[in-house]
Structure formats: C-alpha cells, structure tokens
Design a protein around this ligand. Structure first.
Ligand code: NAP
Length: 310
C-alpha cells in the first residue's frame, strides 16, 4: 500500500510517500481502508520532534481518521467488515496518512451518515477538544457566560455550537475574516479583536474564559480580570501557561485532548441532527501532505484540511 511516513524527526522534507507493507490487525484491532485523515497542528509538531509523544519510527501521521472496516482481528465484537467508522487513534501509533491503517476497535465509532465519509475525518480530536474544554475543564452549565478568545477557528466553532446547545451565553472574539462564521455558529455577542479592546468591550464578568488563540501571555493574564470569582480560565494553547487568580478562586486548566469513544458517538449524533457542522476547507491527496506540512511550518493553515487516501 501507499503511505506517507517519516523515518526521522525533522523538517517537512522528512516525509516520504512510499510503498509500505499492508498491516494486519492483531487481537482487539481492525484494519480500515482509509477514506481520509485530518491534518492537525500536532501532526506537524510530532514530525518536527516538538511534542513529547513517543512515536515509533518510521511513523505514519494522521491520528484523526475515517474509513471502512476491511479486516478484523481476534477478540473484536460489535464491528463488522464494511462498517463506516471514524476515530481518534492513539497518537504514538501509525495514523491514517495511508491507504490502510490499523485501529484499536475500541477507538472507533460509527461515522456520521449525513456528510461524506472522508469529511468525517475532520471531526474527532477537534470536536473532542471543544467538549473537553467546555464541560470537563470549564464545567460550564446552562445559564452561565462564556468568553471564547479565538472563536473563529476550527475548535472555536465547535465550541460555540456545543455551548449554545447547553444553554450557555457565548461571547466570541473574531477578526473580520471570521465574524460571519462565528455569527452563523450562534455566538450571542461578537467582538472584533483587531479593532476593540477586549477588557472594555466585555460587560460584566464571565464564568469561563476559553482561550484558543496564540495571544501574548501578558494579554492573556490581563483577561483573567474578566472572570468572576470562583470561575475558570481554560486554554488549548498548551505551549504557554494558563493564568488564573488564586486569591479570587479563579482556577486554571490546560486542555490535552484525550480520546473518548462514548463522547465521540454523541458528537456524531449531533452532526447527524444538524446541531454540529463539520467544515472542511481543503481536500488534498496523500502526495501533497509534505507540502501541507511545509505550509504549516511557516504559518497558520486556516480551517481544516483532510488528506484523501485515494
Ligand atoms: N491542547 C490540545 O489538546 C489541542 C487540541 C486541538 C487544538 N489545540 C490548539 O488549540 C488552538 C486552537 O485550535 P484551532 O484548530 O481552532 O486553531 P485555528 O483554527 O488556527 O484558530 C485559532 C483562532 O485564533 C484567532 N486568533 C489569532 N490571533 C489572535 C489574537 N491575537 N487574538 C484573538 N484571536 C486570535 C484566529 O481568529 P480569526 O480567525 O478571528 O483571525 C483563529 O481563528 C491551536 O493553538 C491548536 O494548536 C490544542
């Protein structure tokens, strides 16, 4: 089969599109005929050796995947050949930038039926990040107020929709390029962070501040004053510390997204109910993955890109 692998960590040039032996599923595993994998910033960080994830080399990137089950190992129940599935695969193991991938059966859930199977690869880790940030770490409840900084990105739009359906009032920051998308996702109040000072634009305090943007750490620290006593500051930008305020009981949480099959199943149901929208900005072939990594190495790749296996 064809796969993209890196044999050593380094720049985008270490990615090789090459012929690889088709893997066989062991006990508890299934093999997928990959429809697509998604590109995440963490794929870039793992290839570059920036992230402390113990990948075995050579490594196939692409831990968010969609595909069709085509072989089943011993001891697997509840999954059949021909099932269409998605999953957030263990990051240290081979991912879906290949024609086939081996997946633990318990990492997979039925794919949404309302969107193309390939596009469904865009959902798992990103939507799980939003859920984990809002409800596991933020512990948001109906009637509370949430401020999302960087709401116009991939995680942000899932976060807005999930928070709104939970009865939360959402204040979102977005630059002009993202304002329409943030409004469409359902934000109650939108603040253009390129023209407005956030500290003066937010009226009253919020229960949770969720940061999704690469803002200056000093600016991030100043925003803690917008959080009520006993509230929370949650961040997915794990490369910088999350500020809080012990004296006022403002706790902090940094999200490191974890696989959660049951929750992913719930997210799939929300997609099929039309409550979550899976947006894919580009679909590229496997042969262009190294070029995509090169693009991500010098700047932000906007939106969600999926990598088609054929
Ligand atoms: N820790 C984890 O487990 C985990 C998991 C997933 C993602 N992440 C990280 O979480 C972050 C968000 O992910 P994402 O996929 O949503 O990223 P994204 O699509 O790049 O979105 C980030 C948003 O930040 C906004 N932004 C940039 N500079 C800003 C500034 N100075 N002030 C306010 N907003 C600003 C941009 O808004 P505009 O569009 O309005 O310009 C952009 O839409 C990324 O750093 C990602 O790597 C972490």
């Amino acid at each position: 089969m064809k796969a993209v692998r890196f044999h050593e960590v380094g720049g985008p040039e270490v990615l090789r599109y090459e012929e690889v032996e088709r893997p066989e599923p062991a006990t508890g595993q299934v093999r997928l005929r990959v429809a697509a994998s998604a590109f995440n910033a963490a794929d870039n960080g793992m290839r570059a050796g920036f992230l402390p994830i113990p990948v075995v080399l050579p490594h196939v990137p692409g831990y968010d995947v969609s595909g069709v089950v085509d072989a089943i190992g011993d001891g697997v129940a509840g999954v059949a050949v021909g099932d269409t599935v998605i999953g957030f695969l263990p990051m240290e193991r081979d991912g879906g930038a290949a024609e086939y991938v081996i997946a633990p059966a318990d990492a997979l859930t039925a794919a949404p039926t309302s969107i193309p199977l390939a596009d469904a690869a865009a959902l798992p880790s990103v939507a799980l990040t939003a859920w984990q940030a809002l409800f596991d770490e933020g512990q948001l409840e109906a009637g509370q107020r949430l401020l999302i900084v960087g709401a116009g990105g991939v995680v942000g739009k899932y976060a807005i929709r999930l928070a709104k359906r939970a009865g939360v009032h959402v204040i979102a920051t977005a630059s002009p390029r993202s304002i329409d998308a943030v409004r469409a996702a359902g934000a109650d109040d939108i603040i253009d962070h390129t023209r407005t000072d956030l500290l003066s634009a937010v009226e009253g305090r919020v229960d949770v501040l969720l940061n999704l943007a690469p803002i200056d750490p000093e600016e991030f620290a100043s925003l803690v004053s917008l959080v009520r006593d006993g509230g929370a500051v949650v961040s997915t930008t794990a490369f910088m510390a999350t500020p809080g305020d012990d004296a006022r009981g403002v706790r902090t949480a940094t999200v490191f997204v974890l696989p959660n099959r049951q929750r992913l199943t719930e997210l799939v149901a929300l997609v099929d109910d039309g409550e979550l929208v899976v947006e894919v900005t580009r679909r590229i072939p496997l042969t262009e993955l190294a070029a995509l990594h090169a693009e991500a190495s010098v700047g932000r790749v906007p939106g969600k890109v999926i990598v088609l296996a054929e």
